[in-house]
Structure formats: C-alpha cells, structure tokens
Write a protein that binds this ligand. Sequence first.
Ligand code: PGA
Length: 252
Amino acid sequence: MRKPMVAGNWKMHKTQEEGLALVRAIRAGLSSHGKVEVLVAPPFTAIQVVVGEVADTEIKVGGQNVYCENQGAFTGEISPVMLKAAGCSHAIIGHSERRHVFGETGDLLHRKVHAALNAGLDVIYCLGETLEEREGGQTEAVVERQLNEVLDGDVKPARMILAYEPVWAIGTGRNATPEQAQAVHAFLRAKTTGIWGPNAAGNLRILYGGSVKPDNAASLMICPDVDGALVGGACLKAESFLAIVGAAADSV
Ligand code: PGA
C-alpha cells in the first residue's frame, strides 16, 4: 500500500520569518495521523529555520532544486551534500520551471538525480507535457522521454517519487481532470513496471501537480494511481495546504 505524499513547493515565496510562521501553522494544524507523508520545500534561505521548527515532527523538508556536483566553482548553486547537511531529506528535480524558464536539459537532470541519490537525498522527479504537446497527441511520448532521461540501472525505485505536472496546469488554475491525471499516472506506472518490475513500480509514488486546490484535491486523490500531490500556489497558506493533506488522508 502506497502512503500518499503531499509536498508543498513554496517556489520563490516566503522570507525566513514568513516561512517560519507558515510551517508553524502547518505543524499546529496537521492531523493526518501519519496517513500522509507531508513535505515542505522552502526557498534555500528558509530551509534552516524550517528544519529547526519541524525537527521533532514527521514533516519532511526538501530542496526545490539542487546542483549535480557536491562542491566547486559553481556560483549560485547549492549542492546535494549541502541540502542533506541542512536537514533536507528530498530534492525536487526537473520542475517545469527549471526546464522551461531556466533551460535545464535531460542530460543535466540525469546528473542531478544521480548526485542527489548519491548524497542520500530522495528525489521527487517532475515531468509533464506542454499544452502544445498535449494538443499534438504527444503526452505519453514526452513523459516517457523525460522518464528515460533520468532512469538507468543505478536509480533505485525506493528512493524515487515521480510528480506528473502538466505544464499547462501549473499556476494557471486549470487542473488536469482526474481522468487525464489517472491516464498519465497509469501510463507511468506501466512504464516503470517495465523497468523495475511490478513490485517496485507498485510501490512507487506518483504525485499529481498543477493547480491542486482544496476543492479539487479529493477527486484527484481517489484516482487509483494518484498517490498525492505536489502543490504550488495552495501551499502558501496553511489552511489550504492542510485541506489538501486532509483530502489525501481521506483517500487512504
Ligand atoms: P501550482 O504549482 O499548484 O501553483 O499549479 C504546482 C507546481 O508547480 O509544483
């Protein structure tokens, strides 16, 4: 049985003070009774205060991005060992904003995934098609390519979480329907079954992301292959984030 995960991607929001207030409110209101794995991904500058606040809870902390080297002359980058040492358990890799705004390539993402895993971080690997690709009937081909970009024999399924995030649904208020999400999640489950076998792929969590809100979360979470959510806008307020966590808990 897969334990759902609800992960909040704060993106470039929240100072240390604001982040502390948010995570305190999440902590105070959390009542999923361990049914849901809850993760927050603050900006790098707020990681330390957030880690301090959740240290005695089950709330996990992740990086929104990570570089593929552990140290060196890479101005402006943060390494996997730095994230790990700062108290992060996970790194989000391949978010569509990294791919499309910052031009990250499959080759770079492959190296990032391996570096993160080697440093002991679990990986939330994002993938998803643009509107043009969906309308061109290329959704499956695109997510399969994005999956193959990072997977090889060294990538252990137990340390990977996938997040299907159709680019056209991110930050647009336009979420995929449960049927659209389920179809792609089932496709990813089938593809990973081919790579890792039915047991490992059966245990793999595949999150949905893209305009998940309290009012659509329940209908997405009940889809058999949707194992939680990667939440952007709605994670910036404790109330809406906790409502999504609640919907995930109710789906178990
Ligand atoms: P959104 O963002 O919930 O604001 O659409 C999701 C994401 O980018 O992970």
